[in-house]
Write a protein that binds this ligand. Structure first.
Ligand code: SF4
Length: 331
């Protein structure tokens, strides 16, 4: 197949259905029994502290888990393709076309000794068998698509010669080179300053509309959630503890952990400077989970039942699930 024969329809977004997904690192289960549907063309924010399992879930859905980690159960279905079961050539073809992954650290992801235009072009050379000339042309188109106004000049630069925001634009151009149906973004704006972050969020929103992308955006920053997300999925201890639309997540969260995350966010935003560090007491579980509800050692609302019985997700309103024993008491 030549590069000009590769289909590039304007809109490709598909529903993403993650069902009962579990991921293990040896004997440690980092993601447990997570089920999550992301409607086509929408953005779901995956939220939680470090160690909550959100990056592991993202890497599993992208089929980019590191050596030693594996999907031990469940499925990740995008447009009738179960990414969790693909191997070999079908898996290589699905990467970048069905699902693409946008890493947090563009500096680490880009090769420091290859010019950025060549790096984007290489993706086309490897995956589409494009000629050098075709690859260079597609790289320039990719740079223009992500809002770089002088792509010919930027294509000739090395990663260290461009800004952090520009590097992230290059990463987006690479990730979207094959117009994937699903984009999984792992905190790609964390290292950027606030104004550049806003530009990148606006860029992804524009490209999402243009390409019909379905997006899973991992973040611990609730202001990014408010800006970008249609739905919010909250993870704790590798489990999905609450899943709802963005308005309900902010205005009527039901799970104590979601409420605590929001208190931290609102505290850091609204409080006087000296009182700005609102935190959740204790630390996320490392290496193993306590019995019962994984959040119980840190939960202000824990009862004796919480120490022994694992709460199952319950439907609390249309499209709103939460996993807590005390949902009725804590309304
Ligand atoms: Fe807190 Fe109990 Fe609900 Fe867990 S189940 S979040 S410990 S109230």
């Amino acid at each position: 197949m030549t590069v000009t024969e590769v289909p590039r329809p304007d809109t490709l977004g598909s529903e993403v259905k993650i069902e009962r997904l579990s991921v293990t690192y040896g004997s440690f289960t980092a993601v447990r029994d997570v089920s999550l549907t992301v409607p086509a063309g929408t953005t779901t924010a995956l939220v939680g502290e470090s160690g909550s399992g959100k990056s592991t879930l993202a890497l599993a859905a992208s089929r980019l888990l590191p050596p030693g980690a594996r999907i031990s159960a469940g499925s990740v279905v995008v447009d009738d393709t179960d990414l969790a079961t693909l191997t070999g050539k079908p898996l290589r073809q699905a990467r970048g076309r069905v699902a693409a992954y946008l890493a947090q650290d563009a500096s680490a992801a880009l090769n420091p000794v290859i010019r950025v235009g060549r790096q984007i072009g290489e993706v086309h050379r490897l995956r589409e068998d494009a000629s050098r000339r075709q690859a260079d042309t597609l790289a320039l188109e990719g740079l223009a698509d992500v809002g770089i106004s002088d792509p010919e000049r930027v294509a000739r630069l090395y990663p260290h010669q461009i800004s952090g925001g520009m590097r992230q634009r290059v990463m987006i151009a690479t990730a979207l080179a094959f117009r994937p149906q699903l984009l999984i973004a792992d905190e790609p704006t964390t290292a950027l300053d606030v104004t550049v972050q806003a530009e990148i969020l606006a860029l992804v929103s524009r490209l999402q509309k243009e390409y019909g992308l379905t997006v899973v955006w991992i973040t611990h920053d609730m202001s990014v959630v408010a800006e970008l997300a249609d739905r919010v999925a909250v993870l704790y201890g590798g489990r999905l503890v609450e899943h709802t639309d963005v308005l309900s997540a902010f205005e009527s969260p039901r799970h104590p952990y979601t409420r605590a995350l929001l208190e931290c966010f609102q505290g850091s935003r609204d409080a006087a400077p000296k009182e700005r560090f609102t935190t959740i007491s204790g630390n996320p579980p490392v290496g193993g989970l306590p019995t019962g509800c994984p959040f119980h050692p840190r939960c202000r609302d824990a009862s004796s039942e919480c120490q022994t019985a694992l709460p199952e997700p319950q439907l609390v309103a249309t499209g709103h699930h939460a996993a807590c024993h005390r949902l009725e008491d804590l309304r």
